[in-house]
Design a protein around this ligand. Sequence first.
Ligand SMILES: [Zn+2]
Length: 180
Amino acid sequence: MASTSVPRWPHRTLADVEFDAHATRHLIFAAGPDAMTHIMARTSVLPEVATVVEVPESSNVQDVVAGALAGATVGPRFVVVGTGASVMRIRALIIEAGAIDAEVTVVHLGSEDGFAAMERDVFCSHCHTVTPATSRIDEMVVCAGCDIELVVYHHFSRRHAAYLGYRPDSEELTERERIE
Ligand SMILES: [Zn+2]
């Protein structure tokens, strides 16, 4: 279980997504206004039964996603479009609600890969506070909870929808298995 689970970004644009022809319905989540613009410019590639759900940056992401999922019946597929930490937050909420990895596609409109500088949530393995940061992997961020400097580790916790941060002088990542 120690394997790295950094999410990959196989899709750079909605036009690259292979929609499942057998799915009864697609739910497309737009994280932020840029994502909405991106989708609206490409509605011709969307499958027949698709619902676009905008998740405004100021909104309670959990409520918006839960509301959209409540209306989703049998066999929906999910596409999350956007940049930064909110994409992974939305993806984590969908998985938490019972979807499997294969049913959720991420279209990442930001930098080239998950390792570049972008907004990401960092989970403190010491006090369990989540701190939003723009640090790159292996860079430092000061934990908002315990105020210590954390190294942003390349491990992504799906449960917390955040990257793992640990004190550089920690002898072992004892929390690592626990937050898988
Ligand atoms: Zn902390």
